[in-house]
Design a protein around this ligand. Sequence first.
Ligand code: IMP
Ligand code: MG
Length: 188
Amino acid sequence: MVDESTARLGYAHFLERVLIDEDTLRARVAALGAQISADYADKTPLLICLLRGGVMFMTDLSRSLTIPHHLDFMAVSSYGVGARVTRGQPRITLDLNTDIRARHVLLVEDIVDSGHTVDHVLRMLQTRDPASLKVCVLLDKPSRREVYVPITYRGFEIPDVFVFGYGLDLDEYFRNLPFIGVVKQELL
Ligand code: IMP
Ligand code: MG
């Protein structure tokens, strides 16, 4: 559990190892951006970022796209501060400002773990009649999956470890790190 005073010790206090370094992240995001730019070459997709974890990924992904596109944001909550397990139905805490009817929507998320968050958001978005709806996720933890999630664009498949950095938090801290790190097991 991280709090304001232990956060001041710095990320290194919590870091077991770097899982994905900054250069590797940058190269993979650029590759995803190139692939999405090609796949949506004749379209103007709407990228929807799930706050807050997806924000670093979406802004870097957006900058790597060479096609016109729009951005919007929504927030759902499924994890409480200090909690390490999914509990029940995710709640929508911030909705879109964009009408997605007939739009080509790409949902951008930091990580798919149990799958409940993305599954819930996809079902909700689907009722608004988008022209297409696809998922782009930076990290995939398939060993933890409880519900199937159709992932079209995947950054990295990772093992069942708790990670932080590049948007992902440890009790709301360290989202700003430019790499993905594994938290020390004894601190979980
Ligand atoms: P799911 O609903 O179980 O797929 O959970 C997805 C959400 O859980 C993500 O959007 C993250 O916010 C959070 N999450 C899952 N695994 C991790 C992790 O290893 N580090 C930080 N957040 C995580
Ligand atoms: Mg998240």
